[in-house]
Design a protein around this ligand. Structure first.
Ligand code: 5GP
Length: 194
C-alpha cells in the first residue's frame, strides 16, 4: 500500500503572491504534488477558469456541501465562501500524493486541528512590508476600493497569525521564496520517509 502523502498548507494575506509562488513551487515535478482546487462562491475574475482555478458555485450549492460534510475545511473571506473538497484530498493523500492547499488562516486552523500529525506541513508567506502588499493588490486591478480596503484590513489581522505556522517565508523574490518552500517540502518528505 502507498504511504500517505504530505499535506502542505500555504497561507498568507491576499495579494502576497501565493498563486505565483504555488505555481513555481509545483513546477518541480519531483515533489509529487497535486494542487487541491477549492470551491468558492466568489465570482470568477477575468482570466479564471472554472475547474482549474476554482470550482465556482452558488451559495446554495456550497451550503449543501457544508451540510453533507463535504469539506476538509471551509471559511468565509470578504463576503464569500471558500472550501477544500474533502474526499478529493483524502483520496490523493491515500494514493501517496503530496497535496498542496492554498488557503486563508481560518481554514488553515481547521486543518491544523483536524490533521495534526507528522504528515502536515504549514507555511505562511509574508510580504516584505504592508506597503508592498498594498501596491501589489492595487496593481492587480481586480478589486474595487472598498474590497481593497477590506483585504488590507484582513491582511493586517492575518499577519498576526503567522506564528501558528511551522514556517514563515518572506516573498521578497519569488524565485528565492519558491526555492525555500521546495526545500521545506523536500526536507519534510525525507523526515517522514525516515
Ligand atoms: P481569492 O479571492 O483572492 O482567490 O482568495 C481569497 C482568499 O481565500 C485567499 O487567501 C485564498 O488563499 C483563500 N482560499 C482559497 N481557497 C480556499 C479554501 O479552499 N479554503 C480557505 N479557507 N481559503 C481559501
Amino acid at each position: 500500500m502507498a504511504k500517505n502523502g504530505l499535506l502542505i498548507v500555504l497561507s498568507g494575506p491576499s495579494g502576497v503572491g501565493k498563486g505565483t509562488i504555488r505555481r513555481l513551487v509545483m513546477s518541480d515535478i519531483t515533489l509529487n504534488m497535486v494542487y487541491s482546487i477549492s470551491m468558492t462562491t466568489r465570482k470568477p475574475r477575468e482570466m479564471e477558469v472554472d475547474g482549474k482555478d476554482y470550482f465556482f458555485v452558488n451559495k446554495a450549492k456550497f451550503e449543501e456541501m457544508i451540510h453533507n460534510d463535504g469539506f476538509l475545511e471551509y471559511a468565509q473571506f470578504v463576503g464569500n465562501y471558500y472550501g477544500t473538497p474533502k474526499d478529493y484530498v483524502l483520496n490523493l493523500l491515500k494514493e501517496g500524493k503530496n497535496v498542496f492547499l492554498e488557503i486563508e488562516i481560518n481554514g488553515a486552523k481547521q486543518v491544523m486541528e483536524k490533521y495534526k500529525g507528522k504528515n502536515l506541513v504549514t507555511i505562511f508567506l509574508v510580504p516584505p512590508s504592508i506597503q508592498e502588499l498594498e501596491n501589489r493588490i492595487r496593481n492587480r486591478h481586480t478589486e474595487d476600493e472598498q474590497t481593497i480596503q477590506e483585504r488590507l484590513n484582513k491582511a493586517r489581522h492575518e499577519l498576526s497569525e503567522k506564528d501558528n505556522y511551522d514556517y514563515v517565508v518572506v516573498n521578497d523574490d519569488i524565485y528565492q521564496a519558491s526555492r525555500e518552500i521546495q526545500n521545506i517540502i523536500r526536507n519534510k518528505q525525507k523526515e517522514i520517509d525516515g
